[in-house]
Design a protein around this ligand. Sequence first.
Ligand code: ATP
Ligand code: MG
Length: 180
Amino acid sequence: MSLKRIEIQGFKSFGDRVRLELYPGLSVIVGPNGSGKSNIADAISWCLGEHRASQLRGSRMEDIIFAGSDKRKPVGMAEVTLTLDNETKTFPLPYEEIAVTRRLYRSGESEFFINKVPCRLKDIQALFMDTGLGRGAYSLIGQGKVDEILSSRPDERRSVIEEAAGIVKYRYRKEEALRK
Ligand code: ATP
Ligand code: MG
């Protein structure tokens, strides 16, 4: 499974629509300070289900919507689509590619889509559970994260190992069943 494409519109410094194609192997994003490199990582993490504004380096979720620049007016909606290849059937869906879209309007309203079909944030989180992607998983290693894992409490470290072992979904389903 790999990330094939990132489409960003109205997210943080990306007022215009930007489409990044990623090819097999290593991709590196370079640019001057403040040019938006970390914003791309934030866009990925947000689309994968991050719901804490602090993790996206903001104080409110609305901070992720393009606030305007010298040349461009602010916009009313942020949208990010990640296209993942599903040739190895990591995701139990009958598609070669999985496109996950997340939108946020200034009104606070959110929309989520999997291959253009509307869904809930919960569905996206469930889709990524145990894949190593998803909120807080180890696919995104931010600055200081390695240190954080090494110095975390055993139960916190255990959650990283459970995600890698692919058993989080069973724990989640058990908790859901016990709640009903
Ligand atoms: P560095 O090399 O210093 O880490 P970077 O390339 O990672 O820089 P980012 O942190 O991705 O840079 O981008 C910072 C820029 O994004 C700032 O100029 C900031 O004003 C802009 N920015 C963040 N949120 C928004 C927003 N909602 N609207 C417009 N611009 C924004
Ligand atoms: Mg940065």
